[in-house]
Design a protein around this ligand. Structure first.
Ligand SMILES: Nc1ncnc2c1ncn2[C@@H]1O[C@H](COP(=O)(O)OP(=O)(O)O)[C@@H](O)[C@H]1O
Ligand SMILES: [Mg+2]
Length: 221
């Protein structure tokens, strides 16, 4: 199962939700879970050093001469049964001939993986992030319930199949407003919780996943 997480506004909590969801899924899956980083912040949120080797960007730019299963060689081991596909470094030159359609191949390979796969597609996905989000069986918009975020979500280049609401108390927009405006269900409500921010800042989110975050996301996918 391929689950894509994305946002319409930076700082929504997309990477935190992606890491937490993959951690929850890895715990209940014997082969662990795969976390594809198309946004670039996953290692930092996992508390891992920045990967020095190649990643998804290099694979996408390599063309059909590199077999699809070369992706698995890019995986790095994370904590708690997580396997991470790092984003790598984007090329400064235009994509070489023969690399068109690689984003769709990536999406198909991720969708066919026997493990649960979570893709952090970042803010307003484009390119490979958009292809992966479009191919996902579950496409989750991570959203703070405010007018500006909702407005941007409506202008996004894709529609989600569900919403993860990252909500502080006292907001005027609630679950039903978001469902009414976007026309898709809210799959989970994640509280804005200082314990989550502290775990992220300490690089300990997957190993000390705050209870409330785990409970909120257990049935989100
Ligand atoms: N549920 C939450 N409670 C408290 N802080 C959060 C929560 N989710 C995210 N944050 C904080 O918000 C910031 C942005 O989160 P991040 O996941 O990087 O957003 P995005 O990937 O959408 O840009 C980070 O500093 C993170 O620690
Ligand atoms: Mg992010």
């Amino acid at each position: 199962m391929l689950i894509a997480c994305w946002s319409a506004k930076g700082g929504s909590g997309t990477t935190v939700v992606s890491v937490a969801l993959a951690t929850v899924l890895a715990r209940s899956s014997p082969g662990g879970a795969l976390l594809a980083d198309l946004g670039g912040d996953v290692p930092a949120v996992l508390g891992l050093p920045e990967p020095a080797g190649p990643g998804l960007e290099e694979w996408l730019a390599s063309g059909a001469s590199v077999p699809a299963d070369a992706l698995s060689r890019l995986e790095i081991a994370g904590p708690g049964g997580l396997h991470v596909l790092p984003v790598g470094a984007p090329s400064s030159t235009p994509p070489p001939p023969g690399t068109t359609g690689r984003a769709e191949v990536l999406a198909a390979v991720l969708a066919a993986d026997p493990r649960p796969v979570v893709a952090d597609c970042g803010c307003l996905p484009a390119g490979a992030g958009l292809a992966v989000a479009a191919a996902a069986s579950v496409s989750l918009l991570v959203l703070r319930p405010c007018y500006l975020s909702l407005r941007r979500a409506l202008q996004a280049p894709l529609r989600p199949s569900g919403v993860i609401l990252v909500s502080a108390s006292g907001r005027s927009l609630g679950r039903s407003d978001v469902e009414h405006v976007l026309g898709v269900p809210v799959r989970a409500v994640v509280a804005v919780d200082p314990a989550v921010a502290r775990a992220v800042d300490a690089g300990l989110l997957p190993t000390r996943l705050p209870r409330g975050l785990e409970r909120a996301l257990r049935h989100a996918a």
